[in-house]
Design a protein around this ligand. Structure first.
Ligand code: DAT
Length: 179
């Protein structure tokens, strides 16, 4: 029941973060489908623009050029109405986001998701440890005002539906309060 807002309305920016596999992409695309917000996957953006500054030999993956990612997104972020999805969050300007959601997944569930994604060995173990030690939650809490950082469980489809409904409601309330 999304009411299409007027073109000149202020809209918030939302950060979806958390360990790979917790469900950021699925949730982000659903929010975008139910609103007029733009979904941006930072991993895909970096790939398309080759926003890299080297190669990590240990992990066998390119290293994100964080400054170029920030430059690339700056204009879009100032318009509002953007959902950003990335598995790290400490290099974005704090002022970009009105709310930060850290998705959380139980270990056994995440194990299965990452394994079916083809992760194995050190990459699989490191990502599971990242979730167990709540690395991204701590990163979010130290990078943004603590009262805008929220953890969301993301284990079963019902969690996804609840999270989606909550976020849509939050957006609608924000827009009422800020327009
Ligand atoms: P991320 O973008 O955080 O890496 P994703 O959206 O690609 O994660 O999700 C990884 C997989 O898990 C994908 O197959 C969808 C599934 N999934 C995500 N959230 C879920 C949930 N709450 N319940 C069940 N499956 C979920």
């Amino acid at each position: 029941t999304w009411i299409v807002p007027q073109a000149n309305m202020r809209r918030p920016n939302i950060l979806l973060t958390g360990t790979p596999g917790v469900g950021k992409t699925t949730l982000g695309k659903e929010i975008a489908a139910r609103t007029d917000f733009t979904y941006i996957n930072v991993g895909d953006l970096a790939k398309e623009g080759e926003l890299y500054e080297g190669f990590d030999e240990e992990y066998g993956c390119p290293i994100l050029d964080e400054d170029r990612v920030v430059d690339e997104l700056e204009e879009k972020m100032s318009d509002g109405g953007v959902i950003v999805d990335y598995h790290s969050c400490d290099f974005f300007p704090e002022r970009w986001f009105n709310i930060v959601f850290v998705l959380r997944t139980e270990n056994s569930v995440l194990y299965n998701r990452l394994e079916s994604r083809g992760y194995k060995g050190k990459k699989l173990q490191d990502n599971l440890q990242c979730e167990i030690f709540q690395i991204i939650y701590e990163e979010a809490m130290s990078s943004y005002k603590e009262d805008i950082v929220h953890q969301l469980p993301s284990n079963i489809p019902e969690d996804m539906e609840n999270n989606l409904d909550q976020i849509i409601q939050w957006i609608e309330q924000w827009m009422k309060d800020n327009n």
